[in-house]
Design a protein around this ligand. Structure first.
Ligand code: ANZ
Length: 732
């Protein structure tokens, strides 16, 4: 029910719409993918090829929020790098839509340009191969070439098209009329023009745009130079602060002035209009798979309707989680009676994408048992925004953008009182794996130790890190690891060891460097594991996982245990009042741990805790007051051990219910101070006095000091200056 309410809102407020768009189609996965789910022309999950396909899809109008998504970045306590990525992804451009009339028939080609100032440099137009006018504009003689080119570019991903260094394109055979010069300019198609951006067509200015320049050079198209004093023989001029020439009413102006004059002229001539464009696209909201929220939508005469005031539509059971023979999504396998709700002629058979849930789950957490609403206003008012969100930077243009948009929508409709979901964002670094490499001499089953690899022709092979200790390979385990290594031979080093090389890289099964926590937990316990993970380094940094340091952390916990247990493992706690030193040790640790945790520095408290145990061990301190405090400090890092000791200390409730120890500055104050004692400004010796000692008493005692008597050698002092906790100066 609550989910239904969420999605009904989206549909009701016309945020969701159906349109025929070019989508990333992944044949192998049988589904459309969002732009952030596609990497270099392959699906992010599984690595299957993705091609462009025209499909009828539900979309969400995230572009309606583009400007606010951009502006509101300024108010977020997020890493600059993520803000920059979002800014570029939203990609705001101010420009002009301009119409070029075609020569043959009454058609207009609308282009989007950010450089109306260069309009007199336009010598051809380029349409994306998918542009709807391509077939009309292609003359019969060019049809075959054009169709061939369209087929080829379909297989290329958008990214590949943008980064393609090779110039390619085909002439349609048609011409357009330049709106100012009235000259005939050829119309081409090329896949460097993307169908989903702007209008899917450009005015090409070879003297001002490098891609256009290369295109014109390759296909021998006319280039007009409109830049005063600039040579464009070898490349285009992309500098903006150059005076224009060959540009009629724009002559001798530079970019800023020319931009606004040209835009105004275009508008007043009625051939175009000023337009802000965003690179951000509306987000496709349909997926052709089984797992996902079904839409509360049915169709009647092919018109979609929302299912209102009824139970939530649930996923129907189907015989196979596969598309139908006709290529329909898996839900199309469900018969009428398989649906818990069936209305109209047919139900919607697409499902929602993963981000349909991830965009607002934080709100649901606030009111998880509410059967009527997704989250009551009262609850979201109480909890407010997420104060701190720790997450990976891989979500920069997916989840983190969708969630912001979703929250803004709910805010606009009055369902929540804040318009951003996550106040502060911290990107944690990845844990990297340390791989081990062995060297097989080519065409043999002989492995050579790393020191001698250069003497042979070798291939490096990743070996499972569990077979390697301190870079030394356990040969017996290695032989058992894989059948093909059973009969392997080894060339060892001078110490009779087989030394591996190591490399720090992404943790991955294929590199055999994945550390299974279970094994380490079995050996060292979950507390050591957790503590060690924290100890690895700063939260935000990428850190190599290197298990060789885990013993140190484990020993620290054992040392703490020994501090409060005798040789027979009996719990040993003293009721005595702790010494000043022990109080000082504890309180400086409280201060450090608290301050560090507050600033999300989770690794540094571990060394503070280690120092604390070392000092308490030296002080032979097992006093209840100190051990209780320390156990509390340790509890976020080693909760099991801390809980056990907490209970041994006689506490009846869990340590998780106890409050964090409070730092007291007084314990850090020194009780004594050693003053340098000077005579007429010259330092002669040192003398120690209690911090609380009165000035008069210090004066009296210093005069009685035998060293003072010696240095005064009978003279009478004129003045004794005592600066508290600084110096004593005797003037005579
Ligand atoms: C003429 C021109 C002259 C351009 C010049 C640039 C430099 P941004 O800033 O990213 O918005 N363009 C427009 N639509 C395109 C599409 N669908 N595919 C590929 N390129 C497209 O870029 C806007 C500029 O990118 C536009 O301005 C257009 O080329 C090109 F000296 O028009 B320009």
């Amino acid at each position: 029910m609550p989910e239904k309410q969420q999605y009904e809102l989206l549909l009701k407020y016309r945020l969701a719409f159906i349109s025929e768009t070019w989508v990333n189609w992944c044949e192998e996965l049988g589904t459309v993918l969002a732009n952030d789910e596609v990497k270099d022309g392959y699906s992010e999950r599984g690595g299957y090829p993705v091609e462009q396909k025209l499909m009828k899809q539900w979309s969400l109008a995230i572009t309606a929020y583009a400007d606010r998504l951009l502006q509101d970045l300024n108010n977020l306590d997020w890493p600059d790098s993520i803000k920059e990525i979002q800014k570029n992804w939203i990609g705001k451009s101010n420009g002009v839509l301009l119409n070029f009339k075609t020569e043959e028939f009454e058609r207009y080609i609308e282009v989007f340009t950010t450089r109306p100032d260069t309009v007199f440099g336009v010598t051809f137009l380029v349409l994306a191969p998918e542009h709807r006018l391509v077939s009309d504009l292609t003359i019969p003689e060019q049809k075959e070439k054009v169709n061939q080119y369209i087929r080829e570019s379909k297989a290329k991903s958008e990214r590949a098209r943008q980064s393609n260094k090779q110039v390619s394109g085909v002439f349609t055979g048609s011409y357009a009329i330049h709106p100012f010069t009235k000259e005939k300019i050829p119309i081409w198609i090329a896949d460097y023009v993307l169908i989903n951006y702007g209008t899917g067509a450009i005015m090409a200015v070879p003297c001002g745009d490098q891609r256009d320049w290369q295109f014109a050079k390759s296909f021998d198209i006319n280039i007009v130079n409109i830049f005063e004093g600039v040579d464009i023989k070898d490349s285009a001029n992309e500098q903006k602060d150059i005076c224009l020439k060959n540009s009629d009413f724009l002559n001798s102006l530079t970019y800023n002035e020319a931009f606004s004059i040209a835009s105004k002229e275009i508008e007043s001539k009625g051939i175009g209009k000023i337009k802000t464009n965003f690179r951000l696209r509306d987000a496709i909201f349909s997926r052709q798979r089984y797992w996902g929220e079904p839409f509360p939508v049915y169709y009647e005469s092919e018109l979609p309707y929302i299912i209102e005031n009824e139970e939530v539509v649930t996923l129907p059971e189907i015989d196979q989680y596969l598309p139908t023979k006709e290529g329909e999504p898996p839900l199309a396998r469900a018969k009428k009676e398989d649906w818990n709700i069936f209305k109209g002629d047919r139900m919607e058979v697409n499902v929602m994408p993963g981000w349909a849930g991830s965009s607002w789950y934080y709100l649901r957490y606030m009111d998880a048992n509410n059967d009527l609403e997704f989250c009551s206003r009262e609850k979201s008012n109480y909890w407010g925004q997420v104060d701190l969100y720790i997450g990976g930077s891989e979500h920069a243009v997916g989840h983190l953008l969708y969630s912001r948009f979703w929250t803004k929508f709910l805010y606009d409709k009055g369902f929540v009182s804040f318009n951003e979901p996550f106040k502060k964002l911290v990107n944690q670094g990845m844990i990297l794996g340390r791989s081990s490499l062995v060297y097989r001499i080519n065409n043999t089953n002989t492995f050579v130790t790393a020191e001698k690899k250069s003497e042979h022709d070798v291939t490096a092979i990743h070996v499972d890190v569990s077979l390697v200790t301190n870079n030394i390979l356990d040969i017996n385990l290695f032989k058992k690891w894989r059948p093909e290594f059973e009969g392997a031979e080894f060339i060892l080093n001078d110490q009779n060891n087989y030394l591996c090389d190591s490399e720090v890289e992404k943790m991955s099964k294929s590199k055999f460097n994945v550390v299974v926590p279970d094994d380490l937990i079995q050996k060292f316990g979950a507390d050591t594991f957790r503590l060690y993970e924290m100890f690895l380094g700063p939260l935000e940094q990428y850190k190599p996982w290197d298990t060789s340091g885990i013993n140190g952390v484990h020993n620290f916990l054992k040392k703490f245990w020994r501090l409060i247990h005798d040789e027979k493992n009996n719990f040993l706690i003293s009721e005595e009042e702790p010494s000043k030193d022990s109080y000082k040790t504890l309180h400086k640790t409280i201060k450090k741990v608290k301050e560090d945790i507050d600033r999300l520095s989770f690794n540094t408290p571990v060394s503070a805790l280690m120092i604390c145990v070392n000092e308490l061990t030296d002080q032979k301190c097992n006093s209840r007051k100190i051990i209780s405090g320390f156990t509390l400090l340790l509890s976020p890092y080693a909760p099991h051990l801390a809980e056990e000791i907490w209970s041994k200390l006689g506490n009846k409730t869990s340590i998780t219910k106890a409050s964090f120890p409070i730092f007291n500055q007084n314990y850090l104050e020194e009780s004594e101070f050693t003053y340098p004692v000077s005579f007429n400004g010259k330092m002669r010796f040192k003398a120690t006095f209690g911090i609380d000692k009165k000035q008069k008493e210090i004066e009296k005692e210093i005069l009685e000091n035998e060293n003072t008597i010696k240095y005064l050698s009978g003279k009478k002092p004129n003045k004794i200056i005592v600066v508290h906790k600084r110096i004593i100066n005797i003037v005579f």
